[in-house]
Structure formats: C-alpha cells, structure tokens
Ligand binder design. Sequence first.
Ligand code: ZN
Length: 464
Amino acid sequence: MATVKSYGATGTVTGSCHLIKIGSISILVDCGMFQGENEDYNYDDFEFNPKNIDYLVLTHAHIDHIGRVPKLVKDGFNGTIILTIPTFEIAEIMLLDCAVIAEEEYKTLYRKAQRIGTEQSIQKPLYTKEDVQNVFSKKFIKLDYKEKYKISSILNLTLYDAGHILGSAFVSFDFRDENLKKRVVFSGDIGSKNRLILDSLDFLNKADTLFIESTYGDRVHKDLAVSIEEFKKAIINTINAEGNVIIPSFALERTQEILWLLRLMYEKKELPRCKVFLDSPLAIKATYIYENFPCHLNDKVGLYASLGDSPFMFPWVKYSQKKADSMKINDVKSKAIIIAGSGMCSGGRVMHHLKQRLWNPNNAIIFVGFQVSGTLGRDIVDGANFVKIYTDKIAVKSKVYTINGFSAHADKNDLLDWMSHFKKLSKVCLVHGELEKMKIFKKEIFTKLEIKAHIMKKAQSVFV
Ligand SMILES: [Zn+2]
C-alpha cells in the first residue's frame, strides 16, 4: 500500500515537503523552508519523525525546497539523500549562504535587543553553518537524468529534467502495489518552454498519480521575446543617456540569464560601451557551477561552456567578490550596469547601490523577477516616491522598469501541455500554489483534461 502526505506547500508556494510511504519505505520529497508570512512554521517540530525517513529526494536547490534539510538532519534524519549532481553543488552554496545570513541577522538583532534588555526574546537561527556541514556528511546518491535507481525489489526511482533551474528534476516512483504496476510522479517546480539558457524539460508518457505544482496555474506569462526587447531598450536608453542601470537579481538562474542576454547584445554590437558588474558572491559561485555543466544548458549556451568560454562573461564584465570591490563601484559615475542581490531588495549589496543611485533621474532600475508584497522592491515597483534604505530616506527618481516575462516557472498553458503527455492519469493532486490560484487551475484541468484534481491539505493522507 502506498500513501502520500504533504507537510508544506499546501495552499502556499513555500515549504515543499511530501512524505510518500511505499510498503515499509518512507521517502521525503523535498524539505523546503517556509518563506514570507508563513516563516514561523520553520521553527515547528516536524509532524513526522525524521529518524524514520529512509530517503530524502531533492527536486532542486531553491530554498523553498531544501531550506529545512539542515534542521531535518539536526532532528535525527540519517537516511540517504538522492538528487542530481548540479543540485548537490548548488544546495551546498545556497544552504551555507542561508545559515550565514541568518547568523548575521541574529547577531545584529541580539546586539540591539541587549541595549534594552530584551535579548532573551530574540529567536536563534534555525541552524548554523556547522548544521549545514553535517548535511553533507550524509550518504548521497547523485543521479543523472533518466538514470534508474533501485530502492528495493519492488521500487525504482528516476529523476527527469524539470527545466526550472540548473539540476532541477521531477521524480518518478515506479513500484508494484498488490501486483499492480504503479507510477507516482512529483513535479517539483516545472520550467517554462523556451528557456534562455537551460535545456528544455522532459515529458513522460505515463503516470497513474501526479503531484503537480500550481504556482502560475491561473495565468499565461508575457511573451519572452517581448520581454527581451523591453529589457534591451531599457539598457540601451539608459547607457546612451550616460546613466547607470541597477538590476536586482536572484543568484540562481536569473543572474545567468541576464549575463547571457548582455553577452548576446555585446556580440551583436547592440550594447553601448559600459561596465558590467556582477556584485554578489553567491551569484558568482552559482555562475561558476552553471559553467561546469554544459550538458544541462541549451545547445548554444552549452557550446560556449564546453569550449571553455564562459557564456556569462565578456570583456566588459567584472565579478565583484570582495566587499572592497563592491564599494569601488561607487566611483563609477556613469555607464555602469550593476547586477546585485537580493532579487527583491530585501537585503544584500543591492541596497547600497540603490542608496547611491536611486535618487538620480539619469539612472534606471530594472526588475526582472517577481517582487513579493512587503519588500523594498515591491514598494519601488508600486511607485513609492520615497523609500527607506537602512536609516536613510531616499527619493525614487530613477526610471523603474518591470520586466515580467523571465519566469522560471511554467505558466498555465505550459503546465497543462506537460500534463497532457501522461496517458491514463487517474489522480492529480495540486500543491505549491496559493489556494485561489489552485482553484482556478483545478477548473482548467477539468475543462482541458477532464480530470478532477484534488487540492492537497496539510498532513492529509492520500492513497496512491
Ligand atoms: Zn523552484
């Protein structure tokens, strides 16, 4: 008998964590962090015993899919972790970055609280750097896409390319249940078609049960080609007017896409003379990992990488690793393109660049990713005239561009198209989406595929 319970990403897009029990074997698919308004859940005890989990499968290295793995290990998980090789490498830098930021934040808050005697109320970080290092002392099985891994005599597991970020996978469990052959698929996060730098996702022609993400199950993305033109225009106009461009960017995938687009513009002589700074130690590390996996990149980008020519580098690009290098960018008065994190301007080096340049009408800020409500990025996108950066009030006089077509997530049509390849699909369970969007997606699935999808509730048991 096989059952699934979801302990995260139910009615929300974060905290992915699904437990599948097949016979006597317990397998957790993802162990992500809750983010935004559900952040406090991260401190709750797991609703299952981590000591009883035999395998942990990680679909990809976004924090909302891997962010609680160090806590899982700290709480007793001693099983085997299954993932792709790029996910292993990216997970290490992402989790370490997460631990370092949390420890720094804790120290700052603790110091401030000490002055008023409330330091006991400051919550300790979820885990430390040492806890992250303990994760990487566990047993790992690193799989290629489509490589079958035999878990037991009746159960095989296979990872397929999900086309979302480097190394991302969807998981297929093939097993015998009361002499019936069954296949249960977990989508992880699914990428959109025609990605800028990645190979396209895999399609499978059979599954009995599908657990599918529904982040954008309610909408169709803006055309990528239109977004690229908007992006180019914003860059060219600003540089030609002697201004500077700030691009708040996510370290994974979006940064590499932006660098690739700039390189193409440079090669086609569309890019006016300028200086390009990648000012994010995490994004720099991620970019090096991308360069190491040409076989996972699309043909054109992969060809550059396989020839040892970084697709993300050209003579005008400079990587700013150290803090001092980052500060030096302030000396560049015009014609600079600064790519820095965090992508939603909720911290990181982009903050000091905004402080330095946001007040100047010659400059431009280009948002290339979704801005969550409550972040500085969202305030700027929503048209704030002034913003507070640390303790300073800064006028927003730069031009603000919001480019919406670069999503790493499949939209409604992409998801339905991907699902339509599974023949004889009898059960569809929706996860990883806001409740209202899931309801819309559920209707779409019924209209297009004539399948009654089920919206997963937290800790509810589903037979598969
Ligand atoms: Zn993701």
